[in-house]
Structure formats: C-alpha cells, structure tokens
Design a protein around this ligand. Structure first.
Ligand SMILES: C[S@@+](CC[C@H](N)C(=O)[O-])C[C@H]1O[C@@H](n2cnc3c(N)ncnc32)[C@H](O)[C@@H]1O
Length: 426
C-alpha cells in the first residue's frame, strides 16, 4: 500500500475518466483520482487530499510528461492545478470534453443499471466554442471585498479579472472590480430580457429581483418570470433544448394527465399544458415557495395546471432515505408512513422528473411507477443519480428508450441528460 502524504509528488499513468471529471490512476495499489490529466497521459501528480490508510487519494497533474493529442492550452489563465475550482476541463479540446462526458454516462449506466448504451453528447444550440455561456454566476467574496472564485475544494479565494465561461453581460456589470466587503458572495444574472442584475448574498437575498427568461423552443415560445436567486438553466440554449427533448420523447396527446415533478417555475408544466390542452391536466410539484408563487403566475393562462408546493416524496406520501438537498449536512430523512396529498391522482399518462443532483430515489420512483404512466422523461444533471434511478425504473417494469446527452456546461465535467422510459410490454 502506498503511504503518500498530501504534497507528495508521483509519476503516474492516467487511466480512464471517472464520474466527477477526474481520471483514475494507480500508485502502488492505491487509487488516485487525478484532476487536470487526460486518459493515457503520463503525468507528475501532487497529492491534494487523503493520507495513508484511506481507500483513495485525490491528486492534481502539475506536470505533463507525455501529453494526449486532445490536450490544449486552457483559454482561461485561471484554469489549472491549484487555481480556480470552477472549470476542470479547460485543458481538453471541446470534442474530447464531450467524448469524456459520454464515457462517464456510459460507465455509470453500465455499473449502476447494467445497461450498455452508446452515448453521444450534443452541443447545446447557440453554444460558441464552449465559452461565454454562463448567464448566472455566483462569485465568492474575499476578506478584502473583491469578488473571485474559490480554489478547488477550498475556501481560499482566487482573485480574477474575468471569467471566460461567464457571459459578457455578467462580466460587464463590473462585479469583478467592485468592493463587496461584508458580503459572502455576489450573484450576477443576465436574463434573456432586461439588464443583468447583481444580487448581494446573503444580506439582502430576500430582496432578489424577479427576472424574465425567454424560452424559444419548438414546443413552446414564451417568457417565464424567475427570481434572480431561483433555479433556471445557466446555458441560454439549455431550457428550450430540454423542453423540446422532453416533448419529443413524451409525445403528449390532447386530454392526457401529466405530472411535472421538481417543477421549478413551470417550464415543462407549461409545455405539457399547451400540448394536452384544456381537457388534459398537469400536476406540478415543487418544494421552493418562491418558485411556486412565480410558477402560479407563469401558468395562469392554463388553469388546468395545478401547482402543489411540497417535497415530491411527501406529496406522494412516501419518505425517501438519504440526504435531502438543502437539509443539514449529513442529515437523514425521517422514515415513517405518510399520506399522499389529496391532489395526487390514482394514475397518470406522462411524468417529467427533473430532480436535483441527488436524484429522485427509490421511494419516489416506486410511487411514480405505481401511477403506471405510459412514458416518463427524466432530466438529469448527475449521471450517477440517473443510473441509480434507471435501475429502480427497470425493476418497476420500465425500459430505457432514447437517451440524449447535452453539453450544457462546457469546460466543466458537468453534463445534462434527457432519458425517456416506456413501460416494458415484453
Ligand atoms: C433541477 S431543478 C429543475 C427545475 C425545473 N424543472 C426547470 O427546469 O426549470 C430542481 C428543482 O427541484 C426543486 N426541489 C429540490 N428538491 C425537491 C424536492 N424534494 N421536492 C420538490 N422539489 C424539489 C428545486 O427547488 C428546483 O426548483
């Protein structure tokens, strides 16, 4: 067993890409998760986390001894070992970033759901070389009041004078030149319409303005109001792309009953409402009170959408195990019987699930499957959560149909998938 300590340096051969954007390497039997390396490269890696006796350690590739042909000079001067914790793929050619992300989705599906699938990662329409796409960026504030980025897995602040993935409109607010002394962070939002806004976090968070975001999808073309601190896809092309992928996969018919779970301000609920018409029904569930208040206004013109505020597991009358997004660190969900909310129907034709990174979980998947929908669309920002929930859906008699993967977060390891599940009639 290796007894490497933090700060030690070793020469290693970089193996395959892993979930989280690291490559897997081995040193004297110990697994190293190495940042800033590419599969097949020989690198000098410095241990950054984990000491003797742990199962794996983290490391950063501080020198490339034998480079991959897919390696490029990072466009951003703040990307690299020990620097900004944001972008971890700036050293990778854009096409190869997408191949690596595809490999991660394939590997998670194989390992956690026992499904073999070739995945192709598509660019989001309108993407310009993977830079200047981020319409919402939260900057940390240092003790001197300057806004910047945190170093990887650290509270240390890196002062920056530009962020190449942030939209020009975000940077042009002057946020990086301002003095934000006394704030924990500043959030800058460049909505589809109106000027970019700066929100101080957390002092006047409660006063975050409402901004307008426009979705120009084939399935839907309209504006949505959303709090500047609320959830909205950060790539300007993403919301419309996901709406179209979901509607293409579900093929809603007039009069159908749909559920939109983890519904945010109503982007999928609204597209479903339009597709099923006034003889149909959409029940949308969202836990965040501000998002629900905005959603009710956003879907006002389609009164056949019923918004229910609450946690999806509680509304279904089940209790998920595991950590809840936003709960105390390490907190566990209580277990015990609950009653489903009276708004819950006995059956549904179509279901959209768009959970946070933790996924929906076995209990929610079980409750959804019990409604026997003919098709489900699962919008996933974490391939491991998608693969786990896929396994639960397969156990409940659903088969994975189409799977589309989108590069909605270029220059980072993150990816978004839209998976379609149909009842397995075989
Ligand atoms: C990935 S976002 C999707 C929002 C929306 N579908 C969209 O595309 O704009 C996940 C949403 O789930 C909400 N959420 C998180 N945990 C939840 C839970 N347990 N029950 C209901 N909503 C939850 C969040 O507030 C957030 O709005």
């Amino acid at each position: 067993m290796s007894d490497l300590a933090i700060g030690d340096e070793v020469e290693v051969e970089a193996g395959p890409i892993a979930h989280g954007g690291f490559v897997v390497a081995r040193h004297e039997g110990r697994v190293l998760f190495v940042r800033h390396a590419l599969p097949g490269e020989r690198v000098r890696a410095r241990i950054t986390e984990g000491g003797p006796g742990v199962r794996f350690q983290r490391a950063d590739a501080i020198e490339v001894l034998d480079a991959s042909s897919s390696r490029v000079t990072p466009p951003c001067p703040y990307a690299g070992p020990g620097l900004c914790g944001g972008c971890d793929f700036q050293h990778v050619a854009l096409d190869e970033q997408r191949r690596l992300k595809a490999a991660v989705v394939e590997e998670q599906l194989r390992r956690l759901a026992h499904i073999e699938r070739d995945v192709v990662v598509e660019p989001v329409p309108g993407d310009t070389g993977g830079l200047r796409w981020r319409s919402r960026t939260e900057f940390a504030v240092g003790p001197d009041g300057r806004a910047g980025m945190r170093r990887h897995r650290s509270h240390d602040l890196l002062a920056i004078d530009d962020c190449l993935i942030a939209s020009e409109r975000v940077v042009e607010t002057g946020v990086l030149q301002g003095n934000w002394l006394g704030e924990k962070a500043v959030d800058v939002v460049a909505p589809s319409e109106g000027p970019a806004v700066i929100v101080r976090v957390p002092t006047d968070e409660a006063d975050a303005p409402v901004v307008t975001e426009t979705v120009a999808a084939q399935a839907l073309s309209r504006d949505f109001d959303v709090s500047a601190r609320g959830f909205w896809q950060v790539h300007p092309g993403a919301a419309a792309t996901f709406v179209d992928a979901v509607i293409d996969g579900l093929r809603p018919q007039p009069g159908e009953r749909c559920l939109d779970l983890y519904a945010g301000v109503g982007v999928f609920a609204s597209a479903l409402a339009q597709a099923v018409g006034e003889n149909g029904q959409v029940i949308a569930i969202e836990s965040d009170a501000t998002a629900v208040a905005q959603a009710r206004l956003n879907v006002e013109s389609t009164p056949w959408v019923n918004y229910v505020q609450g946690r999806v597991d509680h509304v279904f009358g089940v209790e998920s195990t595991g950590r809840v997004a936003g709960s105390r660190k390490g907190g566990r969900r209580r277990s015990g019987p609950r009653r489903p909310n009276s708004a819950m129907p006995p059956s549904a034709d179509l279901v959209v699930l768009d959970p946070p990174r933790t996924g929906a979980g076995k209990a929610v998947i079980g409750a959804v499957a019990a409604l026997a929908p003919r098709v489900l669309a699962y919008v996933a920002c974490d391939p491991a959560a998608l693969a786990r929930d896929t396994a639960y859906l397969v156990e409940r008699g659903y088969a994975l149909g189409s799977l589309r993967a989108f590069d909605a977060f270029p220059m980072t390891h993150h990816i978004e998938c839209v998976a379609i599940f149909e009842r397995d009639e075989t």
